[in-house]
Design a protein around this ligand. Sequence first.
Ligand code: SAM
Ligand code: SF4
Length: 356
Amino acid sequence: MKKQWSKKDLIYLLELSQEEDIKKLFQYANKIRIQYVGKEVYYRGLIEFSNICNKDCLYCGIRKSNTKVMRYQMEKEEILREALWAYQEQYGSITLQSGEQTNSNYVKFCEDIILEINKKTKHALGITISMGEQEKEIYQKWFNAGASRYLLRIETSNELLYQKIHPQNENHSFQTRLACLRYLKDIGYQVGSGVMIGIPGQTCEDLANDLLFFEREDIDMIGMGPYIEQKDTPLYQQIEKVGYPILRDKQWRFQMSLKMIAIARILLKDVNIAATTALQALDPLGREKALKAGANVLMPIITNEEQRQKYQLYDQKPCINETAAQCKECLQRRVLSIANEIGYGKKGDSTHFLKR
Ligand code: SAM
Ligand code: SF4
C-alpha cells in the first residue's frame, strides 16, 4: 500500500542534518527511482529560442525591465536546425523555452515551429514547451500542433511568498498561474511544474507544502532547482540592501535542492524529475549528484553559443561557452561516470502520465 506522507514527515526529512542520514535518504530515493522509472536518464535538448519577455519577475535576469539584456528571437530556420541536430544525435526529445509573449505573431510563430519539427522528424521527437502563461485556446493550439508536454513552474506554492517575488499587478497573479497549470492538464499535456529553492523568506514548511502541491495537482514532471542571485534584479538588490542573512548560503540551497528531489521521488514515485542546470551553477557535480538522489532527466542546452550567453536567468550560468556538441560529450561522460544508462532515441514520457 502507498504510504501517506504527512506534512510533518516531509518537514522532518527536509530538516535532516546528519551526513549519514542524508546519504541514506538519497540512496533510498535512488532505489525508488530504479524501481518505478528505471535506470535510464532521458535527454531534453533545451533550445532557448527567445529572451524577449513581457513580464517582470523580480528574480529573473531576462525580465522586461532589465535594459542590460540584448534581446533576441531566433529565426525559424535556426530553431529547426537545432531541433534536427538533437534528433540526429538521438536526444529523443527537446524543450522549446522563451520569455513570455502573448501576441498573435508569437503564437503563430510557435505553432509553425512545432508543426515543422514534427513534420521533419515524423513525430519521433518528444516536444516539451515552456512559454509561460497563455490563454487556454493558445495552449490547445500548440497541443494540436504536436507539443505534448508543458513546463510551467509554480515557483512557490505559498501565495504570499509568490507575491513577494513578483510585481503587484494582474500580470503576475498566482491564481492565473495555477489556472494555467489546470488548463494544461485538462487539454492532455504531460504537465511539468516546480519551484525555486532558497527564495528569501521561504521555510521548510513552504517546501513541504510545495511537495504536497505537486501531489495534489497530480503533476507529471518536476523541474526544480536553487534560486540563484542575478545582480541586475530587484530581488538581488533587496538582498544586498537588507543584508545577506535573508538569503540562505549556496551550500544550504544546493543541499536543500537535492533533498527536495529525493523527497519528491519518494513521495511521487513515477514522475519524471529533472537534474536542472542551476544545480551545476552551485556545485560542479550538481547534476550527477541529483541523478544519484532520484532525478532521471537532463536538459542539455543546445542553444547556439551566441544566444545562450544572452539567456542568463541568473549569474554564473554553467555551459555558457560550450557548443551543443561539447555539452553532449561532457554530459555523456558525467552520466556514465555514475553508472546510469542514457535513453538515447527515446522520448522518455512520464510513467506517471502514461498510467493515468
Ligand atoms: N518564461 C517562462 C516561465 O517563466 O515559465 C519560461 C522561462 S523562465 C526563464 C524558466 C524558469 O527560470 C522560471 O520558471 C524560474 O523558476 C527560473 N528562474 C528565473 N530566474 C531564476 C533565478 N534567478 N534563479 C533560479 N531560477 C530562475
Ligand atoms: Fe519572463 Fe519567465 Fe523570467 Fe518571469 S521567469 S521574467 S516570465 S522569462
